[in-house]
Design a protein around this ligand. Structure first.
Ligand SMILES: CC(C)(COP(=O)(O)OP(=O)(O)OC[C@H]1O[C@@H](n2cnc3c(N)ncnc32)[C@H](O)[C@@H]1OP(=O)(O)O)[C@@H](O)C(=O)NCCC(=O)NCCS
Length: 356
């Protein structure tokens, strides 16, 4: 058996840089593995779309590769947060199917966990697609969802000391949505006169910088994360501006945003973001959706979702679908998505290993 090696990939300044080849190959290995796992290429990101997050100082990230005979056959991603609260590392090891059972996944995971331990992280978190339909299931401790207990990835993670914490459902909405204008009108009526929707594309308008910083921070604490105990991720106005700058400079995707203002307080109380690829034939990706706890129960989740889908039709029509992820126990959000027409397409499992 030829020996493989593990090393860190140089993060290029841009995707046409002369040193970008390894980064591009590593993204493609990840896309191949993930398309198999999710059963669709809709979730694949092009290398140019993946690069910006590796340049985000608030989310320090590394890309490792496993090489065999000069070819990249596996990759690992290490991601953490800047700041004192950052006790977690998000990691993933991915090996091309034809190169499995040779110890490559173990070597990548060992290296990723060693980086986390050397940086003093308390836990490693892994998100990976796993089928749930099987005769032998491992249930999620949340009580919602399960994974195939006999699957290679389940065995791999259990043998390394990870425990299953949560199941997320991936769902697809086929576009265009029938009767969308009526859904928006109905949602506006039900939410009442105290709430007003604002929509924009790309950069956060000056007026809403503080509101978006607040909502982005709340996104890290108010979405259900079960036993993963993901830490608070603090956003400031400066960070929002910096992220918008980086996005404009490096990312070909377009952010299509809807936010809802509570008129009596003149504050934003919810937002939702669609990340839209430049090619009209590709699916849009649903990013964050949040209604702050104090304003739940006014149907603002539905209002945001349908208002932004109508916004998408106005500013970037023609995409075939939207893909979204939701925790299986997040019934409120699933109810909204199911009512709009999202259907389940895959399951993602979330795992935790305490380090040290
Ligand atoms: C999980 C994954 C990284 C494993 O890669 P790999 O190179 O095959 O892993 P290894 O060869 O180091 O396997 C290590 C151990 O995992 C377990 N394992 C892996 N595949 C298995 C299978 N098909 N059946 C049973 N056990 C299996 C075994 O205990 C194995 O040790 P052994 O070969 O000595 O019996 C790979 O299957 C993959 O890319 N999956 C998709 C991404 C993913 O789920 N990553 C999670 C890890 S962070």
């Amino acid at each position: 058996m030829t020996a493989f090696t593990i090393d860190d990939v140089t993060i290029p300044d841009n995707i046409s840089a002369t040193d970008a080849k390894d980064f591009i190959d590593a993204v493609e290995v990840g896309n191949t593995v993930e398309a198999t796992g999710y059963g669709t290429t809709d979730l694949n990101y092009e290398p140019v779309e993946e690069l910006p997050r590796f340049h985000d100082p608030h989310q320090p990230s590394r890309m490792l590769v496993a090489r065999l005979g000069g070819r990249i056959v596996g990759r690992g991603i290490y991601e953490t947060q800047a700041g004192d609260q950052a006790d977690s590392a998000w990691i993933i090891a991915e090996v091309l199917p034809e190169f499995r059972r040779q110890g490559i996944g173990t070597a990548l995971s060992d290296t990723l966990e060693a980086i986390a331990a050397s940086e003093g992280k308390k836990k490693a978190l892994v998100f990976t697609p796993l089928p749930s339909l099987s005769p032998h299931q491992l249930p999620s401790p949340t009580g919602f969802g399960s994974v195939d207990a006999d699957h290679a990835d389940t065995k791999f993670l259990l043998s390394r000391g990870y425990r299953l914490e949560q199941i997320e459902r991936a769902s697809r909405l086929t576009l265009p949505v029938d009767g969308l204008a009526a859904l928006v009108a109905d949602a506006e009526r039900r939410s009442g006169a105290e709430y007003l929707t604002h929509c924009w594309v790309g950069r956060t308008p000056e007026r809403w910088l503080e509101g978006i910083a607040h909502l982005s921070t709340r996104m890290s604490t108010d979405a259900p994360t079960a036993g993963l105990e993901e830490p608070e991720d603090v956003w400031t106005v400066e960070r929002v501006v910096e992220a918008d700058d980086r996005h404009e400079r490096l990312n070909p995707r377009t952010y299509v945003v809807a936010a809802v203002e509570h008129l009596p307080s003149a504050r934003l109380v919810g937002f939702t973001v669609l990340s839209v690829p430049p090619q009209v034939g590709r699916a849009a990706d649903q990013y964050a959706t949040l209604v702050v706890r104090e304003h739940r129960g006014h149907r603002l989740g539905m209002l945001l979702k349908v208002a932004n889908l109508a916004h998408l039709e106005r500013v970037a029509p023609g995409h075939p679908s939207v893909i979204t992820f939701n925790a299986e126990e997040n019934r409120h959000m699933l109810d909204v998505n199911e009512a709009v027409g999202f259907v389940p397409i895959a399951s993602e499992s979330a795992w935790r290993k305490d380090l040290g």
